[in-house]
Ligand binder design. Sequence first.
Ligand SMILES: Nc1ncnc2c1ncn2[C@@H]1O[C@H](COP(=O)(O)OP(=O)(O)OP(=O)(O)O)[C@@H](O)[C@H]1O
Length: 448
Amino acid sequence: MYSEPVSTLVPAAQPASDPAIRIEGLSKYFSVYHSPLERLRHIISPARTKGFDNFRALNNINLSVERGETCAIVGQNGSGKSTLLQILCGTLRATEGTIEVNGRIAALLELGAGFNTDFTGRENVYMNGAVLGLTRAQIDERFADIEAFAEIGDFMDQPVKTYSSGMYVRLAFSVAIHVDPQILIVDEALAVGDSRFQAKCLNRIKAMKATGVTILFVSHDVGAVRSLCDNALWLDKGNVRMLGDAFSVTAQYNQFLFEADEGAAAAPAPLSPPVDGESAAPQVPADIEDAQQAMRLHRPINHWGSHVGSILDAGIFNSHGERASVYTDGEPLTVRIRFQPPVNANRSTMSAAFSMKDLRGTDLIVSTTWDQNPSGFDAHADTLVAEFRLPNHLNAGDYLLAVALEDRSGVQPQYYEYIEGAHYFSSLTRTRQYGTFLAEVAQTIRAD
Ligand SMILES: Nc1ncnc2c1ncn2[C@@H]1O[C@H](COP(=O)(O)OP(=O)(O)OP(=O)(O)O)[C@@H](O)[C@H]1O
């Protein structure tokens, strides 16, 4: 049984230099009653009730989100993400601490928040718009755009309780983005829509980010977090586990999830032996600052697996066999991974893999031995070498190499070892071009 305190949060009128969101010492306790009767007793006589526990859902959270910043909140189920967002939106009251919100908030929280399900979509658009501060005339003006973005057709005039969860989210998202919010809060809700709608929403969120809207984004999709967010807050059992740039936080969070799955200790995995005569690298620091920092130190930003140490060395080599830090466009590259399959591991389901990523961690080129040979490795030698040859078609910029030794027997690869940042490198191009890749494009211009 839950108690549900509700309060409203009044956005403070502050000078533009103040952060969009400032949270200091925020804690939230829920009263969890031993029985419905105890809950009733508490309502009648709060001072005398003993049959409940105080459950701490958030513990001393400090967070500052600058105007225009996009901040992700990641964490396992029950870590406190939704509670934090609800406090920011004013639908829950904090037990301790201060919260300052500077700007108009539009929130797309999990299903159930926002709409009155007995009313039609149209009625809800007007009610929701009004709650978010728009006049009737302003909503009239935007209604056609809201309707077009939501793509729910005739259902606009049906009660919301007849909607599928996807239709509900489409309409809720459409309203949220059309009220000119200065702060947009997006909870897991997007995951409900189909992939085309999700992509459309993400595009719209990116466009809003470009116009300076502050965004708080809760998602389990590390790719979306990395491509969208500047920073990330990792909540663990109501505590801040890590706060920093989105790439580093999601890297550490991924490692944590992997170790939780494996039941392994939470300590960072030791690095593999030195690569090509480099001095032995120290352990990955728990508070690693960001990808650039890791790049400067030539250290993996993320390194874990059930058999760390299986990968003996890995890198990208040019046609002279050198592990360079700069490659030019079109230059032939060899990605080489030297590894020792773990003793007793099944080689017939084993795969070596690499990914060239940008510094936000987005996979740009991925290839695995399993793609071409889904029967693992025949060779019985202790040490094996996988080589992948490809021309460099990456546009000018900084990149990193991730390598892995995987078990592909299940639906999802299981990692014997995963190293994100086995090699950092840059690509140089002769001409300036747009885009991520330098594809060979044949073209003609002719009179029609
Ligand atoms: N009204 C409530 N009364 C008592 N406990 C609550 C209440 N709401 C949430 N909790 C508890 O607080 C903790 C944090 O919940 P919250 O929903 O914020 O987590 P979350 O990180 O959003 O999880 P998920 O990813 O599953 O949505 C959970 O243990 C949850 O059971």
